[in-house]
Design a protein around this ligand. Sequence first.
Ligand code: PGA
Length: 311
Amino acid sequence: MNLSGMTLHQLKFILAVARHGSLVKAAKALSLSTPTLSLQLKKLSETAGAPLFEMLGKKLYLTSTGALMLRCAQDIEARIEELSQEIAALKGLKEGELKVAILTTLKYTVPRLVGSFCVNYPGITISLWIGNREALLDRLRKNEDDLYVMGQPPDELNVVAEQFAPNPLVLVAHPSNPIAKKRLVKPADLANELFIVREAGSGTRLTTESFFKKYRVRLQTRLEVVSNEAVKHIVAGGLGVAVLSSSTVASEVALGELSVVKLEGFPLMRQWNLVYPSGRRLSPAATRFKAWLKAYRPEAAALPTRKKTSP
Ligand code: PGA
């Protein structure tokens, strides 16, 4: 076996197939026809002397040789990215690319900071991905971004995590709901309340469920919604209660459309973390952006309060 003839181009093919999980999708992303891509992969597996993928049912899986080659392709891709950042660093922070992935719940705060960062560093091109915890962890596993912003860092992955801002979670209800008027609500008092919850895979939902599990309260969850906005509008419309990051409900609470329930054990004090794979050398743009976020002093993380209206 002689791998010296292997090209960067061929490694891009294996990266694309692993990323998209299908030959057809990978070929589309690479602007190739599926037969051309499959021929290229065949050539690559001949060079390696073993198949790189196998079909099980309708799914495509990497063989152990394929997994080794993918790892090599990812290392080379990361090194090339580092090289371009190092060259950019030579030119100061005048040029560069930055890929940041954040949780849905952070879209109330981080995009503003991205905006001000862009104004200050006009040569840096930023791509901002927004999604839920499960999808973000998937990207982190595949090493797709420079920085990840999330709540609880994953125990199962080897990462560096730096806290940068508090993230209190609050229980909100419609102001006319009797529990909104109680001086103190115990978790067990909520057994008959309808909870409007985020989708499975959301960090907010995981935290809510583990809190109530600790108190042995079985939540009534008939309505599951893939958006913080929709959850809060449903509750503001008079249906159910919800646990949400305080930053997402600040304006509704200030306007008196939602009330923060005085629940024992709440607010759940969580932290936002800046996360990246340990061992990864951050690019100058990522290092600068990390410092930018850490300098942020969030008023939005303060617990929301209702604004007094003059009589
Ligand atoms: P989510 O995560 O946006 O996936 O709900 C928020 C969190 O982890 O606190």
